[in-house]
Design a protein around this ligand. Structure first.
Ligand code: GLN
Length: 304
């Protein structure tokens, strides 16, 4: 099987689908991105890379960062983390407030905004400089120091983040945010502003295909059981209210962000990162999903 040929074929077949979506417009830095950008990167656990298109261009990873912050918190707290959040699909939008009152400030899972804000709170408790810690963590996972925050995006997230303030204050009223809301959201807004290219994103997530071991320095990040569970969590909740459809069509554990990135993993085989900024109504990239569906179809590789 020629993976480079497959990657090029899925690129050409999936690119036109971006015309059916819209780039995120809630902040100027995302609204001005060219919707025709498209990059695909595949990285195998043997260390081979296959890429096509705009795979070296940096983009805002947005909610994909929720997996990185969660990994850091989970590696420190272990199963105690489930006292603060659940692991069920939410069946609601990523920034929904609706379930939180019924469920007494315990978010359904770490990948909706409420859950990621609780994770940011945990990082504030664990580390003196959680923003730097998260950046260093992402760089260690990438194998190179080419991940950075975009300060314009972080500042815009803050000035438009009314729903995230509402979520954080609401959870604080239930006792599920321990630090100051401003401090916690500073971490959350920065993590949303992390930027990298699809080559780096595929590199950063390769540890989830590698039994929890960072393939770039052989250091364990999560134990095998935690790695299995994190992959399960991504497959059930990683694309919000479209997670079921993504599992059905693609068959990889994935995580999306409103910057247009999706990263996905097949344990013991590979990680794949796509970037196309045009989104569907769920806030997920249309062309990325098309590309990933074609990849598992043409290669015959998937989780299932
Ligand atoms: N910055 C966005 C928010 O908090 C991230 C959402 C996303 O990527 N789904 O609303």
């Amino acid at each position: 099987m020629n993976l480079q040929e497959i990657v090029e074929q899925i690129y050409h077949e999936s690119k036109p689908f971006a015309a059916g979506g819209k780039v995120a417009t809630y902040i100027p830095a995302l609204a001005r991105i060219d919707p025709h950008k498209f990059g695909i990167s595949l990285k195998t656990i043997e260390g081979k890379t296959y890429s096509v298109g705009d795979h070296k261009e940096h983009f805002s990873i947005q909610s994909i960062s929720k997996v990185l912050s969660f990994t850091l918190a989970y590696s420190q707290l272990g199963a105690d983390i489930w006292k603060r959040m659940g692991r069920e699909p939410s069946g609601t939008a990523f920034n929904s407030l609706i379930q939180l009152e019924h469920e007494k400030g315990i978010p359904r899972n770490p990948f909706i905004n409420a859950g990621a804000i609780v994770v940011a709170d945990i990082l504030c408790t664990l580390y003196d400089s959680p923003i730097e810690k998260l950046l260093n963590f992402a760089n260690t996972l990438s194998g190179k120091a080419n991940v950075a925050y975009n300060s314009e995006v972080a500042a815009s997230e803050k000035s438009t983040g009314h729903r995230n303030y509402a979520l954080a204050h609401f959870m604080k009223s239930f006792g599920n945010i321990h630090n100051q809301v401003d401090e916690v959201l500073e971490v959350y807004f920065h993590q949303c502003a992390l930027e990298m290219c699809s080559d780096t994103l595929a590199n950063v997530f390769l540890f989830l295909a590698n039994g929890g071991i960072n393939p770039h320095n052989s250091q364990p990040i999560l134990n095998p059981s935690q790695t299995k569970r994190l992959n399960a969590l991504m497959i059930t909740t990683g694309l919000y209210d479209e997670s079921g459809d993504f599992a059905f069509r693609v068959g990889m554990s994935g995580k999306s962000g409103v910057g247009g990135g999706i990263v996905a993993v097949i344990p013991n085989k590979l990680s794949m990162a796509c970037w196309s900024p045009a989104l569907n109504a769920f806030g997920n990239s249309i062309a990325d999903i098309e590309a990933m569906e074609r990849f598992t179809t043409y290669s015959g590789m998937s989780v299932f």
